[in-house]
Design a binder for this molecule. Sequence first.
Ligand SMILES: Nc1ncnc2c1ncn2[C@@H]1O[C@H](COP(=O)(O)OP(=O)(O)OP(=O)(O)O)[C@@H](O)[C@H]1O
Ligand SMILES: [Mg+2]
Length: 247
Amino acid sequence: MSNDDLKQNNENRKNIVEIRGLEKSYEKGNIKALNGIDLDIKEGEFVSIIGPSGSGKSTLLNMLGALDIADSGTIEVAGYDLSRNKKLDEFRSKKIGFIFQLHNLIPNISVAENVEIPMFEGKLPNKDRRELSLKLLDSVGLKDKAKIKPTKLSGGERQRVAIARALANEPSIILADEPTGSLDSRTSKKILDQLNKLHKEKNVTLIMVTHDMNVAKLADRVIEVLDGKIIETTDDSLLNDNIKIEG
Ligand SMILES: Nc1ncnc2c1ncn2[C@@H]1O[C@H](COP(=O)(O)OP(=O)(O)OP(=O)(O)O)[C@@H](O)[C@H]1O
Ligand SMILES: [Mg+2]
């Protein structure tokens, strides 16, 4: 495909996210976490969100996952109108895979059981759930850890379990908040490879908050948030299609 074809292809894709004038305050309006966000994201796009601490990145990600409700504005994700506050459980369980900070695994159940958590919304029998769980763990290189508790895993291994779990319900969108935040560069690379592979092979839309510009640049597009507003979005998708993660 020529660059023009690629560009055309890009423009023909549907929006999976449409946000208009989104606002969110905390502390009775004293803290304006989101101050008029307008944002479109295409189906299958990989977008990273950067910006200083406290600028509103996690708040925005929470809104995208319907973990929090905006004060005003509209937000439509994967065909669900999240501003109407309806069917949000269904939306979260069917459409979204969450990868948040390191401590989000349940410590007193096994790794395999952790991965099965999102499957309980569906109708899979126990045996099939376990089979799928093992398959997902295998895909992140952790099949042999399935039976142990997450407390016995390293930080990077836990994060890979979180990825396996995020995939358990075959989400359209993966929301990742600093997925490589406190990991060494080798482990980070593994995690990012895995996320990138999903995005490329399964056309999963990937929206990732990161502090690390080198990580952010792996995305098709980098969005910068400052004081609850988007101040810049760069579209480097054609350039970045050719970038491989080194190592
Ligand atoms: N539940 C809450 N109650 C009160 N204030 C909040 C709440 N959540 C976020 N805030 C405030 O909203 C603003 C945006 O927070 P947010 O967590 O979105 O920032 P962030 O960009 O993710 O920062 P970081 O990079 O440090 O994670 C901050 O001023 C924060 O203190
Ligand atoms: Mg944050």
